[in-house]
Design a protein around this ligand. Structure first.
Ligand code: PLP
Length: 399
């Protein structure tokens, strides 16, 4: 106890300035909002806040989980995932992109979120910079802030696409990476392959990394490769690819994702992953392994359903009076009609007066106050016209 100040017992612990300064996840805020009943609407809740599939995993996957040998899967496993799953992921990437990815380039993580955290921890020191298109996926911004890495914002244009030339103009000596998310969260925008290539070229030319988060890749409307980056035999010099099993197999709680990168980078990431999780959840890995190669039909059915609902919503509600700014994957990003009203206030009123739980644009970065994000993973077909009706009514009520 020597040297401890006399009032040490009564003082609060010092919390890191970086952690304190980081924003809270908007999902926690939306949950807190939903904990208070919308007063007097008499309407059932329409939850379009979180991109979590509302349906259970495929029956075969559930049966597989029940049959597991728990003596094996309850123990620690390899830090970067089980070899059969790494091999299966590498095979699936090779098939999906029609270009070779080797198992030693494919690691398993505790979800796409952890894959991003590992990438940033390996690439960046405090004071470094990462280019983050706006609107961003909030956990990306949070992790950069918590690590003292400066997020340099790259505003997207009206079509919700980031420009490689604008990104180039933001690069400095301290830039370590540029981040792309496609299909995008929150906008749903699917980036054209040529745009993704242009960012990869920029990264290669400027000696930085492209961190490409394709969590929603299975929800695109085509089986054509989303891009051709893996065709470059040296892709792993500048590309870090982030993947998720969460949405595709409806196993968000099992925490399992992928990280494709150079074996050298993965060796460094292994140190970080070891400290964080020791190994990815082994139940989740079994689920992902079952899914890969067995659930294409089931995945396609769910993809079609999400796409049908988004298409239906866009047809019914678009422009009347919420304008669809972009749509795809799991999301529709709408421009609300209330000029000057902060998006957060619009989201709160939508909840209070129409029992619609949506996320406000300001949660996805500066300059997003005219937007709301609607997630379509958790709604039924019949919810869609009802959602459109309530939005239209809200415009009349707020006016
Ligand atoms: C762009 C993006 N990346 C990562 C994640 C997290 O995925 P996982 O559950 O695999 O960690 C999400 C989840 O919403 C997301 O939208």
């Amino acid at each position: 106890m020597t040297g401890a100040p006399s009032n040490a017992r009564t003082r609060k612990p010092v919390i890191s300035r970086l952690v304190r300064a980081a924003a809270h996840s908007p999902i926690s805020e939306a949950r807190a909002r939903a904990a208070v009943e919308p007063s007097g609407t008499g309407l059932p809740l329409l939850d379009v806040a979180q991109a979590t599939p509302g349906y259970p995993p495929a029956p075969g996957l559930q049966r597989r989980m029940a049959e597991l040998d728990h003596r094996a899967v309850s123990r620690y496993g390899p830090v970067l995932g089980e070899a059969p799953l790494r091999e299966a992921l590498a095979r699936e990437l090779t098939f999906a992109y029609r270009a070779p990815v080797r198992p030693e380039q494919a690691a398993i993580t505790a979800g796409a979120n952890q894959a991003f955290c590992l990438a940033v921890s390996v690439l960046c020191e405090p004071g470094d910079e990462v280019i983050l298109p706006i609107p961003y996926y909030f956990n990306h911004d949070m992790w950069l802030a918590i690590n003292g890495v400066e997020a340099v914002y790259l505003p997207c244009s009206g079509d919700m696409l980031p420009s490689p030339a604008d990104a180039d103009a933001l690069l400095t000596e301290r830039t370590r990476a540029v981040v792309l998310v496609t299909p995008n969260n929150p906008t749903g925008r699917v980036y054209p392959p040529a745009l993704i290539s242009a960012f990869a070229d920029l990264a290669a030319e400027r000696g930085i990394c492209l961190i490409l988060d394709e969590t929603y890749r299975h929800f695109r409307s085509t089986a054509e490769p989303a891009h051709h980056l893996f065709r470059d035999p040296d892709w792993d010099r500048h590309l870090i690819h982030i993947d998720s099993f969460s949405k595709v197999y409806a196993i968000t709680g099992y925490r399992v994702g992928g990280l494709a990168a150079s074996p050298g980078l993965l060796t460094e990431a292994e140190k970080v992953a070891d400290c964080l999780t020791i190994c990815p959840n082994r139940l989740g890995q079994e689920a992902a392994l079952y899914g890969l190669g067995r659930l294409e039909g089931w995945v396609e059915e769910n993809r079609r359903a999400a796409s049908r609902r988004i298409g239906e919503f866009t047809k019914t509600a678009g422009g009347r009076p919420y304008e669809v700014a972009s749509a795809g994957g799991h999301f529709v990003y709408v421009r609300h009609p209330f000029e000057g009203a902060p998006a957060r206030e619009v989201a709160q009123r939508l909840y209070d007066e129409q029992a619609v739980l949506a996320l406000s644009g300001d949660m996805f970065g500066p300059g997003q106050d005219r937007y709301l994000r609607l997630a379509f993973a958790n709604v039924s077909d019949s919810d869609v016209p009802e959602l459109a009706r309530r939005l239209a009514e809200s415009a009349l009520m707020f006016a």
